[in-house]
Design a protein around this ligand. Structure first.
Ligand SMILES: Nc1ncnc2c1ncn2[C@@H]1O[C@H](COP(=O)(O)OP(=O)(O)OP(=O)(O)O)[C@@H](O)[C@H]1O
Ligand SMILES: [Mg+2]
Length: 223
């Protein structure tokens, strides 16, 4: 269970204060698959980063399984991310000098996976998102945007996280591949009770999730 209470986020910029989130309240149950939609700049990535403890709110709290994650020390926030969260970044954030396979193996290492089974598991995860063996040996710069996106999804799934936070995970995929990834996430939410929060611009995808939140100028307008 994840609860967002009265969360606001203000950024200071040379041009003045930007209020990216304004008094956001929402709650997502364990095993739920929800989507967040809204125009560019409405605060979607900001909200996802705060849910993943990659950033802290200016005010308000985020309670995940009874822990107020914004109150944790930096080290404990890192633990929270490693243990509970699979994050799919809008810009992928793969390690540039590692191959696709090594990127996923690194995540498994952080998650405490035994070294003897990392290679096999990483390869299987990549195959499950349609990254074939020769592509697994390539660095991100030698993969297409959609392939990098799928590597970042495989990495997010690596440690069987209880929560997957995905920022436009199908944004760079053709519709058939996007549907495959969506189905994979849907399966996880149903079979493993993984809680999934996806940011999307695709209303068809949003329509297939359990619930959709709409952000407008930093505020939730529908539930
Ligand atoms: N680190 C930052 N410093 C200053 N302003 C920021 C920062 N991050 C986000 N913003 C501002 O906060 C607002 C929300 O940004 P955010 O990235 O959350 O939007 P988004 O809904 O994810 O947009 P998109 O669909 O384009 O990805 C925007 O006005 C943006 O310029
Ligand atoms: Mg964004």
């Amino acid at each position: 269970m994840l609860t967002v209470e009265n969360v606001s986020k203000t950024f200071s910029t040379p041009g003045g204060q930007v209020q990216a989130l304004k008094d956001v309240n929402l709650s997502v149950k364990t095993g739920e698959f929800v989507s967040i939609i809204g125009k560019s700049g409405s605060g979607k990535s900001t909200l996802l980063s705060i849910l993943g403890a990659l950033d802290n709110p200016s005010t308000g709290s985020i309670i995940v399984d009874e822990t107020e994650i914004n109150k944790l020390s930096g080290g404990n926030q890192t633990q929270y991310r490693a243990k509970k969260i699979g994050f799919v970044f809008q810009q992928y954030n793969l390690v540039p000098n590692l191959t696709a396979l090594e990127n996923v193996m690194l995540a498994l290492e952080f998650g405490g996976y035994p070294s003897s089974s990392r290679l096999d598991r990483a390869s299987q995860l990549l195959a499950s998102v349609g990254i074939e063996e020769d592509q697994q040996q390539r660095r991100p710069s030698r993969l297409s945007g959609g392939q990098q996106q799928r590597v970042s999804i495989a990495r997010a799934l690596a440690n069987q996280p209880a929560y997957i936070l995905a920022d436009e995970p199908t944004g760079n995929l053709d519709s058939a591949t996007g549907k495959k990834i969506f189905d994979l996430l849907h399966d996880l939410s149903r079979s493993q009770k993984t809680t999934i929060i996806v940011v999307t611009h695709d209303l068809e995808i949003a329509g297939k999730t359990d619930r959709t939140f709409t952000l407008k100028d930093g505020k939730i307008t529908t539930k």
